[in-house]
Design a protein around this ligand. Sequence first.
Ligand code: GLY
Length: 403
Amino acid sequence: MKLIKKIVLPLLICLFYSCQEKKAETKKEESVMEKAEKQFSLLVVEAEKANRIPRTINKDGEMHWAKERFDWTEGFFPGSCWYLFEATGNKKWQMAAEKFQAQFESHKHLTTNHDLGFVFNCSYGNGFRLTKNEAFKEVMITASNSLLTRFNPNVGCIKSWDVTGGWQKERGWMFPVIVDNMMNLELLFEASKLTGDSKYKEAAITHANTTIKNHFRENNSSFHVVDYNPETGEVRHKQTAQGFSHDSSWARGQAWGLYGYTVCYRYTKDKKYLEQAQKIANYILNFKGTPEDGIPYWDYNAEHIPNEPRDVSAATITASALIELDKYSKENYKGAIDKILNTLATKEYTAALGENHNFLLKHSVGSIPHNNEIDVPLNYADYYYFEALLRYKNEYKTESNEE
Ligand code: GLY
């Protein structure tokens, strides 16, 4: 009897409280996704009424819809619906995803931009992963063929922007490649898997290798734009378009690089990509000027820090990439991931139900040099947040600590 009182009873009490604690933790995580689903349900109602894809909020507070002609962000909204379908199993999200991605299916034939990877992998790519619908596969392959037309073997890269019009024409570039372009490679790796034809993967690998060679500085931060001579492959300029200066580190660009090389490692298992991703993570996570809450300023070297806007989109892309990198790396990124996700779940960053035009997260930046989308919600900040929450659940929550 004494033994029961002295040892067994205290043990049982400890076990009870530790189970309660674990339940509370899980509940907190689940409630983030539940809250997100409620908010996104309101956004879908708004989108269905207009039959348009939400991108951000305009300066006048009205919804800014993705351009119908083509918009590099158009895949993220249906992509978020696919993630909600994955998280909840509710068919209404599958129907929403299919309906909104169908709006831009014909863009799979466009050869005038490099964003086809973003657009089609986040929408149709997730759709194919979850449903194995053969029609989605065809869309991914057609988009990959269109993207491949922009690969130049002299340069060893996919051209990011055409320079025949718009603000890009004013810059004197011939063959600009932006670090963001690393995000288009996942579609190409998938296309090789789907077709058995290695040409897509080979182009992706060449692009990734050329980018390692020319985009990164000694401290492992990256330039935004590298401009090449398309005949000789020679580097003409190393500059910025969306960052503070040519020599600064634009926050979202660092996040795109981190994510892109993590994906390259996933498909190739080539250690140099793992090392590159780790080096970028090291730069991002050890940068002295980043605020304690883990959400970076829009550029690590912006002029008026701490009086500069944060960029939540950079934080969500980083968190999602780190969760994947954490699986492959001997480094431990869990603390940094928890910090970012816990901060994003606070009222400072998560909108109250029905506010923020029904986007989930506040405080992102599109492009300050273009005076465009400053301190606003962005559909891609929400997309990578959904992805990070799902990845987090899959990686760190075991059955024993599920409710
Ligand atoms: N080009 C994509 C971005 O603004 O990050």
